[in-house]
Write a protein that binds this ligand. Sequence first.
Ligand code: R5P
Length: 309
Amino acid sequence: MLVVSGSSCKHIAEDMAQILGCEHHSLEARRFPDSEGYFRVPESSIQKIRSSTVVLVSNTFPDTCIIETLMLLEAINDVKEGRLADIRGKGIDCEPTKSGLYLAIPYFGYSRQDKRFNQGEAISARSIGMLLSTKCDGITVLDLHAPEVLESLPTKVTFSSSMSEIAEYLQEEINPDFILSPDKGAIERASYVAKKIDCKFSYLEKTRIDAHNIVHKAKNLDVNGAVVTIVDDMISTGGTICRASEALREQGAKAVYAACSHGLFTGGAISKLDKYVDGVVASDSLKNPRSVVSSAFALCRGIEELIND
Ligand code: R5P
């Protein structure tokens, strides 16, 4: 096996290669002055890519990474198929190989556009999934917002989760006695964490007014004197966590932490969160200042599930 990466996930790909006991190769991914991308399998990786089952680790966020992921898959497929001839006459076409190509996506951008909420909208998550699935033998996605959207793609998809590692981290470093899901969508993830560290659990019901404003339905939570961690799949503006933290503090919570897989932390979210919570824990699916949990173990489990199937 060989783990490869472009510009978005080298740190995770290196960790995955170590866990899987194989090599990691960096693929060329850089920008032209007009911002278009240039993608290439370096000559030194061609034979290894042809002879190995390859795992590409790549995000689909930001938008430039969607193109990068597609183009890297394309380049790897060309190499595996033996399409190596170039206009300089240096490369020569050769026989195709049968070795597999898998994609590990730490953060799947557009995951929240998983339905047609209003007529005329593109179901972006599914469209991107469809494009990627034409270019590989299987995909694993880490903590996808709503897995249903990728469930019936033409290629096999496994859903990996770093909630196990997040739970271990919380238990060791924070030792919460209450886990809160800030909305119904995070119940499965958050209740898994609560079960794993054996503490109380509840959830809030959230209504999103717009990208920056949400409201929670009032609910009595048994959190007086408790150390609470709010667990979600992602933190973007931080609005969801800040409002949930307010509700928890009003009801007597002693300390409030937030944990998520995907730390997007857009538009000053970190400084906003610092005013509302005692700490934030995120995985390294996206490079961010609160990344303390490795997503590599979960992605390796997802890849093993794909390959062993
Ligand atoms: C949406 O349902 C997600 O699970 C998150 O709760 C949401 O994306 C967080 O966004 P923000 O940090 O902007 O409130």
